[in-house]
Design a protein around this ligand. Structure first.
Ligand code: IVH
Length: 722
């Protein structure tokens, strides 16, 4: 199947040949689930194609199979008007209402045929194909306009980039659902938990959030899936929904196997009752069944309301519910002092897991539910990982129970709580002496995406705190290896490692330092915008409210939080100590020309924390170096990011080429000292060897020839059945 390289073929022909083969392999693997080549053979062909495409930029194709791995070009998400509005569905939880709908339809069109389908719980997508090639992918948005997320959708393996067969219309739109299977969702949340990032509440939010990711490489890694359920266009090769989806299946789309033609209420009820149970064994989330009229002529007769078609309805499954006793409400204090009430429950089995705790969000929610300790409460798991309390069974309320009084003092340090204007949560204002806040800030500071101090985990931070060695982030920079080596569970080696990694953190670029400070509402992205706008910490500190708001993404709430942070004397002291420790308080010049890399050839592989690969390339050139696409004996360094391609890594190791990290690279430029990086290079090789890597794809441009909304005569006419 690999079709070894035939020397008679030109490179251009081989590119076409590989694209075809890879598309077919992809179709067999993801759509037919019947692979025709091994993973190794697939990867070998893909790498060959990547190398050839790198050597022939003039032959770039946005729909090449190499687009599957995404690129690090920042997505722009152009707003696009839908050719036909993306309507929603009328929905019901009641079988009686559903039966009334069926009766109405049958009466109006004199007997009908229905198609029952699962209702996938993800986010809607509209795909447009022209001459069998994916032209664009647009989110639902407000139903009239959505965002162009084509680059991200290209990375979804089940979305065909080029269609198979020859009976597809020249131009058509197909709609469906992008969703996140449970395995991808669990893996993503586990990773986020590891990195101290907020978790996605459910696969639906994760799918929607992922589609709007700035980097399609990130999307490629997250394992989204896509099922299509609605086709429209001119000259469809059939006159029914069932037939059109069967055709779409032949063209390479993933169409659900769970669809069924039903001819009466009994058959529809049977379908629903089967899937209400069977769906629990599915590897992806569903939240109901959609019942659609099959024949397009019947659909035309039925028409639309302003918001939804009259020819379809969604029957939603009830969220799984259990009743249990609320034993006690306890309170957690976060790193910013935010208080979160937690319901501690008598353990109860719900949707396959034992539930002992539920989130309560804030005081208002407790008051709205009139929750009392000892109450029997309804607990629901509606796709969320953490269950929620949806109500109280008042008939079982114990006599003499009293309304719950929300705490007025911090459960940890007993400071009186405050509530900021417009905020639902209470806060403990004692930032400097409240244990979970101190620990939370230090733990946030050392995170991978902040100062990346490895070797220090939550437990070690607690140990250092208990032993009086750190009370704030600045104390980390005063630590000595001897102080750490004597602590339980830490030996000399780990003590040394911690100190080295603290020292290395002084190289972490300014925007991450700004994020690491843990200013309320200043997340990773805001920190980047602030750093780009103000260029130095001193400039951020000197900025007025109005000036802060001028920075992208910064609104009044964030500006006030920044002002509060720097108005605090203790924070300013910490800042001065961090400055003295040598942290980066200024944004590095983007590409200050120098001769630091003169005579060096550098290959870049993987994804990087601080710069896109394009930026790194520009930096290499600005400093006199050469950027090469492939590792060879002439390569001086392999600049390795996360998830570097294993082939490149192996080749570099075999040829004895030095592997450097992004930090090493910055140091080489900053210090102009090319020899002294052995230590960092060893680290980079460790990280690099860890993950199996999605290979790199070309940086494809959004299609230039996307039709605008006014395609006039070419618009699908008879198929306008969305
Ligand atoms: S048909 C005119 N079929 O449910 C409506 N929608 O609540 C065309 N959904 O926005 C939609 N599975 O995102 C249809 N089998 C299915 C579906 C489905 C999930 C979603 C879709 C839609 C939402 C409406």
């Amino acid at each position: 199947m690999t079709g070894r390289y035939n020397p008679v073929m030109t490179e251009e022909q081989r590119i076409k040949d590989l694209r075809q083969r890879l598309n077919y392999c992809n179709y067999r693997y993801y759509i037919e689930t019947d692979p025709v080549v091994s993973d190794f053979e697939f990867d070998t062909m893909l790498r060959e194609l990547q190398d050839l495409e790198a050597a022939h930029p003039e032959l770039a194709d946005p729909n090449s199979p190499t687009a599957r791995v995404g690129s690090d070009v920042t997505n722009e998400f152009r707003s696009v008007e839908h050719t036909f509005p993306m309507l929603s569905l009328s929905n019901t939880y009641s079988l009686d209402e559903l039966h009334e709908w069926i009766d109405r339809v049958e009466k109006e069109i004199g007997g009908s045929e229905f198609v029952c389908e699962l209702k996938f719980d993800g986010t809607a997508i509209s795909l447009t194909y022209e001459h069998g090639r994916l032209l664009r992918a647009v989110t639902r948005g407000d139903g009239t306009r959505g965002d162009d997320v084509t680059e991200n959708v290209r990375t979804i393996r089940t979305v065909p980039l080029m269609l198979t067969g020859d009976d597809y219309p020249d131009f058509f739109e197909i709609r469906g659902e992008v969703f996140m299977p449970y395995t991808s969702f669990d893996r993503l949340n586990a990773e986020r938990e590891n990195n101290g990032e907020p978790l996605f509440a459910n696969p639906r939010n994760a799918a929607a959030g992922t589609l709007k990711q700035q980097s399609s490489q990130v999307v490629a890694r997250r394992g989204l899936d896509c099922t299509l359920y609605q086709l429209a266009g001119d000259n469809l090769p059939c006159d029914s929904h069932w037939g059109s989806l069967e055709a779409a299946r032949r063209w390479g789309f993933k169409i659900s196997d769970a669809m069924s033609v039903c001819r009466n209420t009994e058959q529809i009820d049977e379908y629903i009752s089967h899937w209400d149970t069977a769906r629990k064994a599915l590897p992806f989330p569903t939240d109901g069944v959609v019942i659609k009229v099959n024949r397009f002529s019947d659909r035309r007769a039925l028409g639309f309301t302003a918001k939804a078609p009259k020819w379809a309805v969604a029957y939603k499954f009830k969220a799984e519910q259990a009743v249990t006793r609320l034993l006690k409400v306890t309170y957690q204090v976060g790193r910013t002092g935010a208080i979160t009430p937690v319901a501690n429950l008598e353990p109860v089995l719900l949707a396959g897991t034992t539930v002992k705790r539920a989130t309560l969000h804030n005081a208002d929610q407790i008051a709205a539910l009139d929750l009392r300790e000892g109450d029997m409460v309804y607990v629901e798991k509606g796709g969320e990982i953490i269950p929620k309390i949806t109500g109280v069974d008042l008939t079982q309320r114990p006599a003499g129970s009293r309304p719950l009084e929300y705490i007025t003092e911090c459960p940890e340090c007993h400071s009186p709580l405050v509530r900021y204007e417009g905020e639902a949560k209470h806060y403990c204002p004692n930032q400097s002496h409240c244990r979970p806040q101190i620990l939370g800030r230090i733990i946030h500071f050392i995170r991978r995406k902040a100062m990346n101090i490895d070797g220090l985990g939550e437990e070690t931070v607690e140990l250092l705190f208990e032993n009086g060695l750190v009370g704030c982030i600045a104390d980390l920079y005063d630590l000595k290896a001897e102080q750490l080596a004597v602590l339980p569970r830490l030996g000399e080696k780990s003590a040394e490692n911690i100190i080295t990694s603290i020292r290395h953190s002084t190289e972490v670029p300014f925007h991450r330092v700004l994020f690491a400070l843990g200013i309320r509402f200043v997340g990773e992205t805001t920190a980047k915008y602030l750093a780009a706008h103000f260029r130095s910490l001193d400039a951020v500190m000197a900025a007025s409210r109005e000036e802060l708001i001028e920075a992208e993404e910064v609104g009044e709430k964030i500006a006030d939080s920044i002002l509060d942070y720097f108005a605090d004397e203790q924070n300013r002291e910490i800042i001065e100590r961090l400055r003295a420790a040598g942290l980066q308080f200024e944004a590095r010049q983007q590409t200050p020309a120098s001769e630091a890399l003169r005579g060096l050839s550098i290959v870049i592989s993987g994804s990087f924390r601080d710069h896109s690969r394009d930026e790194l390339k520009a930096m290499i050139e600005a400093h006199g170096g050469k950027n090469l696409a492939a590792v060879s004996a002439n390569t001086s360094y392999l600049l390795a990011g996360d998830k570097i391609g294993p082939a490149k890594l192996q080749k570099a190791q075999k040829l004895g080429i030095r592997i450097i990290s992004e930090d090493d690279f910055h140091r080489m430029i900053a210090d102009n000292m090319i020899g002294g990086i052995a230590e960092g290079a060893a680290n980079a090789a460790d990280t690099a060897a860890g993950g199996s890597a999605p290979p790199q794809g070309p940086q494809s441009e959004p299609p230039q020839n996307a039709p605008d909304s006014g395609r006039g005569g070419e618009q699908p006419q008879q198929g306008t059945l969305f």
